[in-house]
Design a binder for this molecule. Structure first.
Ligand SMILES: *Cc1c(COP(=O)(O)O)cnc(C)c1O
Length: 389
């Protein structure tokens, strides 16, 4: 069976062959525990982890001592939000309706377990927040602001420089979920004045099950670990490090730092070509989220007059995501598209395209052919259906 064209790079990315090659020796040849201080097996593993820490820090302009390795962005977000929430001076947090569940759920936990007040900012129909609403929300002293760098569904970018300035002015800590942005757009935690930032290995051509949290120097003393036992990662995240995973994350970060500018240019041209074909050859195509600035590899569109699930069923040659969260038997329209004000019907009739390193111009033409044909077929069928009734 021929596998469909993979245009779902927001869900996950393949491990880059160069990353895999860097990881392999650390499974069996050099299997030491970096916490073993008394022999060469431990020392070489510790050196490998140190190198990965420098590579990861370099991607985001951090100091290596500010990197905490975790199991992924979900854990990094939990550590940032709950870890800071635990010793909070102000039981108040500000986030946004379009954040990932890995931010919204820890925020809800603070609300339920620590009695926090959580304000979830609204977005405009193009997915952007109003900065004066953030300013307004921070009139009440708040401990944490958590706003993502780039949205995983609609690719919208939050203006982090202005957001951090507002947070600083009101004495709130800023956490940024950068799972989609890291390695795709430039990020500099010092220039942007960010306190905490989450990264995921498998979203940037590294392995699954590894990630990092950047913790600004001086802030870890105000945080509570979420995993206890052994005091690894200078007390903030106990547990023997996943050395092959950490090495892979480091290699992935180094490759992204070297190649992402050129890759962003290539992918945004392909993405623009895809959009151009869809809008030229179909009526009733809506782009979800502000078109620019946006992640270079993202396109999210709704198609009037089609049923999303049926459309996805017809698109067996293209691997994409739809605008409904299929986590339950009864698919719910995406909370992000709903926050933009889309009707449930239009939200469900949407597709998220996520282009990536392996995506070619030819694949984009083929994917466009298939989407256009499928939408036309479904619309023709529903016209016949409604003519009969
Ligand atoms: C994928 C993703 C996560 C979760 O990352 P994991 O490493 O899979 O836990 C969190 N936030 C965003 C924005 C994501 O895209």
């Amino acid at each position: 069976m021929k596998r469909p064209i993979y245009l779902d790079h927001h869900a996950t990315t393949p491990v880059d062959p160069r990353v895999l090659e860097a990881m392999l020796p650390w499974f069996s040849e050099s299997f030491g525990n970096p916490a073993s201080r008394n022999h060469a097996w431990g020392w070489e593993a510790r050196d490998a982890v140190d190198k990965a820490r420098r590579q990861t820090a370099a991607l985001i302009g951090a100091n290596p001592r500010e990197i905490v390795f975790t199991s992924g962005a979900t854990e990094s977000n939990n550590l940032a939000i709950k870890g800071l929430g635990w010793h909070a001076r102000h039981n108040r947090m500000v986030t946004c309706q379009t954040e990932h569940k890995a931010v919204l759920d820890p925020a809800e936990w603070l609300e339920e377990e620590l009695g926090f007040e959580v304000e979830r900012l609204h977005v405009d129909p193009d997915g952007t927040i109003a900065l004066d609403e953030l300013e307004e929300a921070l009139q009440q002293p708040s401990e944490i602001v958590s706003l993502m760098a780039a949205n995983n569904e609609i690719g919208t970018l939050h203006p982090l420089d202005e957001i951090s300035r507002i947070c600083r002015r009101h004495g709130a800590h800023l956490h940024v979920d950068a799972a989609q942005a890291a390695g795709r757009i430039p990020l500099d935690v010092k220039a942007l004045d960010i306190d905490l930032l989450s990264i995921s290995g498998h979203k940037l051509y590294g392995p699954k099950g590894v990630g990092a949290l950047y913790v600004r120097a001086g802030l870890r003393e105000k945080m509570e670990a979420q995993m206890h036992g052994g005091g690894h990662e200078r007390g903030l995240r106990s547990g023997t490090l996943n050395v092959p995973g950490v090495v892979g994350l480091g290699a992935a970060c180094e490759i992204a730092a070297a190649e992402s500018d050129a890759e962003a240019e290539r992918l945004s041209a392909l993405r623009d070509r895809l959009l151009e074909r869809l809008t030229a050859e179909l009526d009733g195509v809506h782009v979800n989220g502000l078109l620019a600035p946006r992640l270079p590899n993202n396109l999210n569109v709704s198609f009037e007059g089609v049923d999303g699930e049926t459309l996805l069923g017809k698109l067996d040659g293209v691997a994409v995501s739809s605008g409904s969260a299929c986590t339950t038997a009864d698919p719910q329209p995406s909370h992000v598209l709903r926050a933009l004000g889309l009707s449930d019907k239009l939200a469900q009739a949407s597709l998220r395209f996520g282009l990536g390193r392996s995506t070619t111009a030819e694949e984009i033409e083929q994917a466009a052919d298939q989407v256009i044909a499928a939408v036309r077929r479904l619309r023709a069928l529903s016209a016949v259906g409604s003519a009969r009734t």
